[in-house]
Ligand binder design. Sequence first.
Ligand code: MN
Length: 189
Amino acid sequence: MASRKTDVKGVIPRPKRERRTPLCSNLSGYRRKRDFERTPEPSGARLSKKEPRLLYVIQRHQASRLHYDLRLQEGSVLKSWAVPKTPPEKAGERRLAVEVEDHPLDYGAFEGTIPEGEYGAGTVKIWDKGTYELLEAGPSKRLVSIQGRRLKGTYVLVKLRPGEGEKDKNWLFFKMKDDGTETGRREKA
Ligand code: MN
């Protein structure tokens, strides 16, 4: 029988509880750009309850330029990319996805209007939402299985090598073919 270690007095020490910090620490870039007195967006002050499955969401953001914000939960934040074109529903459609700052988990439920003059001013609407499974992760790659209403299947995010004077923020986002091959880029439907 496995016995717990006791101290000298024979008392079983109470297991130490790790306290989680109430603030998501790596959201400084997100917070710096926003005035939460003015914008209805969440500040990320509340730590959401641990979800057994990982959150996936795409928000249609009608800002000065229309784009789609792809967000994938990693730990207690949403990793985020801005996709300038309609997200790829079929294999063979490759989209640029520009890495942006981490967002708080509760941003995944946000819809509303960011006021004129504020960062990202415009309207935000959820375009697709669901869960995803992380199949493979590296500093410049994510292989994910997305279960959304619009996007379903295996998707790849791969970081592009920056050209001269380019920022190190550009990724490609595309769907794999059902047979698991890369892109089907040259396939004709
Ligand atoms: Mn945006």
